[in-house]
Design a protein around this ligand. Structure first.
Ligand code: SF4
Ligand code: SF4
Ligand code: FES
Length: 285
């Protein structure tokens, strides 16, 4: 029986195309880019190629992923320097003639290789008091108009990939700002609650004093990298800033409140009491 020669020949059009991934390898103590050359396979995303590197060449390569469908937010990294989801970046959209760099998110501490410690974000999340709903209607329901539901739905598409947090220059280049700045994902959460028609808590001073909305200078980099295409800046942060200006800096609003004896904006201290940390501090032991 004759065996057909299927090996690619020199000059053969069907010769297997190769790609090089330059993957950052290291840990908290330091690291470097390492080149991995592998066959290019049609239809792959970067995560597939990284997995092939892991299975064929570097079994100890650290990479975090879960859904491979752009929904869990685990595979965030920087591909050719752009904050991206590895599972949603098709290899065919990249320049395959050049090495493709894959590096961990820069804003968060490295654990290993492409895996970063994103716990900063979970700590910020704990500082945001949950919805404080007003009483139900007489028939026992809550009612909202459709426009308010649609507004909240956009923000609820967030998959917590933290790419927006990673790209925001306020914390990307300034570790010292982290204690005072929540970052776009969480300013969006505050904005969502602040604009929620059923929420009773005034979070405007808190957004300025504790969440640091004033640090944001509306560069829109967060919006550009959001894989869910949420208009973080236009639909969340700018409206939040407008509300904060009313309580912080608007002398007419201040005069109106004083003359009409309207209630003062809620202090940050009052809001802190409603956060998980504040509630446990106030619970009698
Ligand atoms: S718009 Fe604001 S929150 Fe978004 S990246 Fe720029 S500074 Fe950061
Ligand atoms: S807002 Fe967008 S970029 Fe930011 S964490 Fe959510 S999905 Fe990711
Ligand atoms: S693996 Fe879930 S978003 Fe990429």
């Amino acid at each position: 029986m004759s065996v057909e020669n299927t090996q690619p020949q020199v000059g053969d059009d069907t010769q297997q195309k190769q790609v090089t991934l330059k993957i950052w390898r290291g840990d908290a103590s330091g690291g470097k880019f390492v080149d991995y050359t592998l066959d290019y396979l049609d239809g792959e995303v970067v995560l597939d190629a990284v997995h092939r590197v892991q299975s064929e060449q570097a079994p100890d390569l650290g990479v975090r992923w879960n859904c491979k469908a752009g929904k869990c937010g685990s595979c965030s990294s920087e591909i050719n320097g752009k904050p991206s989801l590895m599972c949603m970046t098709r290899m065919s959209t990249l320049d395959l003639e050049e090495p493709i760099t894959v590096s961990p998110m820069r804003t968060f501490p490295i654990i290993k290789d492409l895996v970063t410690d994103v716990s900063f974000n979970f700590e910020v999340a704990k500082k945001i008091p949950a919805l404080q709903p007003k009483p139900r209607e007489k028939d026992g329901t809550y009612r909202m108009s459709q426009i308010d539901i649609d507004r909240g739905q956009e923000f609820r598409k967030c998959i917590e990939c933290f790419l927006c947090q990673n790209v925001c220059h306020v914390i990307r280049d300034h570790e010292e700002n982290k204690p005072n700045f929540a970052g776009p994902r969480f300013l969006m959460r505050i904005a969502e609650l602040e604009m929620h028609p059923l929420d009773t808590l005034d979070r405007r001073r808190y957004a300025f004093d504790v969440m640091g909305v004033g640090y944001c200078n509306i560069t829109k980099c967060c919006t550009e990298v959001c894989p869910e295409h949420i208009h973080i800046t236009d639909n969340a942060i700018i409206p939040l800033k407008e509300r904060v200006v009313d309580v912080r800096f608007d002398p007419v609003a201040w005069l109106g409140r004083t003359i009409l004896r309207r209630p003062k904006p809620t202090s940050s201290e009052e809001v802190i009491k409603l956060t998980p940390a504040g509630r446990s501090a106030n619970t009698p032991s």
